[in-house]
Write a protein that binds this ligand. Sequence first.
Ligand code: NAD
Ligand code: IPM
Ligand code: MN
Length: 366
Amino acid sequence: MQLDIAILPGDYIGPEVMDAALPVLEAVLKRGGHSLNYSVHPVGGAGIDASGKALPDATLEACRAADAILFGSVGGPKWEHLPPAEQPERAALLPLRKHFKLFANIRPGYLPKALADASPIRTERIANGIDMVCIRELTGGLYFGEKRTTELPSGDIEAVDTMIYRKSEIERITDVAIATARARGKRLLSVDKANVLECSVLWRKTVAARVAATAPDIALSHMYVDAAAMQLVRAPASFDVLLTENMFGDILSDEMAVVCGSLGMLSSASLGDVKNSHALPFGLYEPAGGSAPDIAGKGIANPCAQILSAALMLRHSFGLNTEADVLENAVKKAVADGFRTVDIAFGGKSVGTQEMANAVLARTSL
Ligand code: NAD
Ligand code: IPM
Ligand code: MN
């Protein structure tokens, strides 16, 4: 199979982890008799620097022509002086998600037993590791509702972000969560703030009705977001599939990531209804963490989230489950064999980005 993908490394550690991950991906594909046909395009701050736009026309065109997008991360201090709506995150990443209608964001929270010491949670509470997944709605809510900042006659300044959800948007993300739960432990936890927000009242009602009507085999429960944030540190191993709206999912998934060791290990897939040339979902695959300007340029960023995002791409957009398994298992083996970038080393011996990627690569052929 030939895989046509657009590669958008982005800013700060984005290009570093992308450069480290690509040879690993290519090696696994080559061994399976597949070929990677990719082109690399500027996005985010790199797009602004290259052509004055965070999402250059040529970059969007290349994404349209591809079967999937492998994304690094965008944003950082260099572009923070720009008007907010022109900054990399709001002018590149969010428009990409919206343009391709990537409403389903899948973030696997996985802590292998071997990494239990890297979690801030007491090891006896995670003795068997953690294996959960966050399904985050990605094209609605506060992120995309009307926004404005106005100066009032009094001289005060008012900023407004609008949270909007439609029943149909909640139903389609619930369907993704149901399918995910069915392939796992058949347990689904929906998180909302139905004691305060209208959107959450609709969310809870719609999720409950959808599960009752189409998935009586799934055990559904509901939790308020504040309680969920607390439970995630109190009993992380009790979670299985967590479903939530855009903003709550953004926050809870970073919490999930660190409970599972580090943001540098958290991959993500953003999917919609659009099919690629293989009749599989077109998707954008990216580490859930950001451009980490605090460690950029030092060669110490963890490349695992980027490698694991490539694995999700193979699975969802190309149906290459064997190759995806090989990549995921290679990361697990490298970690079990003691290879740690500084974010998961906690004062112990650590390796750099390239050495970590080499350790993963070496374990793809075992
Ligand atoms: P961040 O996720 O970049 O960093 C938070 C912390 O996690 C930092 O200490 C960082 O060093 C660490 N970290 C993140 N990824 C790591 C990795 N691979 N290896 C080791 N450590 C890692 O969040 P931030 O500092 O709040 O944001 C920095 C910039 O990134 C901002 O401009 C933000 O908007 C942007 N951002 C972009 C994306 C994206 O492109 N998808 C996601 C989140 C944040
Ligand atoms: C993420 C990021 C983005 C988000 C930002 C960079 C717009 O934090 O992918 O989690 O909030 O969705
Ligand atoms: Mn985030």
